[in-house]
Design a protein around this ligand. Sequence first.
Ligand code: DOR
Ligand code: ZN
Length: 348
Amino acid sequence: MNRITLTRPDDWHLHLRDGDILRSIVGFTAARFGRAVIMPNLKPPVTTTSLAVEYRKRVVAALPAGCSFEPLMTLYLTDNTPAAEVDRAVASGVVCGIKYYPAGATTNADCGVTTLERTFAVLERMEELGLVLQVHGEVTDDGVDVFDRERVFIERHLSRIVARYPALRVVLEHVTTREGVQFVDSQPGTVAATITPQHLLLNRNALFVGGIRPHHYCLPVLKREGDRLALLEAATSGSQKYFLGTDSAPHARGDKESACGCAGVFSAPAAIELYAEAFDQAGALDRLQAFASHHGADFYRLARNSGSISLVRDPWRPAASYPFGDRDIVPFFAAEAIGWRLDNPGNP
Ligand code: DOR
Ligand code: ZN
């Protein structure tokens, strides 16, 4: 098989930032995907529906001319989010979910949730109105090893959320562990997960090949080979619980190549191509369309996209860096060969 055509895919987890940076990067995603779920961890975070509506306008204004691309907005959950915000979010028609960051878990998560109980009124209203909860599933406890933080979050928090709100639809974002996959598999259809390209393609050894590799650092951090294989099996299994979410999270080169480098892998310039690479390695290219273009839309109860994109087996290399506002950024697989190339971008 040297060419594959897919229903135009969607990215169910994406960071676009704002301002000049947003304008530098949004075209990469819009060329490949019909829609994307836009994360709310701006500074300050997108905590209200009115902030999300304004942010959405800035995303649309930043799109290359003639582009059809739909940003699906999210709100940033805090200890103080009122339940009435859920009503406003649903009424807006542009908010697809609310993002739960444990306070301090990752980039711009300082305003996140400190105490699960404080979110109960919001979760209850989300369950009633059918709004999706998107979870960054890691505890922040210093006493918990960084490689165990997803498993412990599931044990301490996520299992309580899904037991208490059985009709709430929950996405365990960027699942990274075998235990995470086992948990999602054990739950009813209300519980799903996104999987990133870096967690499908790399294990934690990649962080230390010949020296420390800041461009492979993201949160949740890369895990063991056994975890990677469990993710690959889940993504290629055909299970409707798993769908594409890149977690492309851009940071300027200088903020990554630093004594205290930021977490985030910038995969947007080659996102669908990287998934094709992973599925190809697993001998499962025939399962890529369902993972990339069907399962997420079905879970979010949105129509599948009508257009298509094609990929051809024709190795290419992402640039060593791309412009990023007035700085530059190093993409995932910078100057490294990827076997699949986008043939007919869905947008200019
Ligand atoms: O690596 C990450 N980067 N993980 C996250 O959860 C947030 C993201 C970011 O916003 O940079
Ligand atoms: Zn993210």
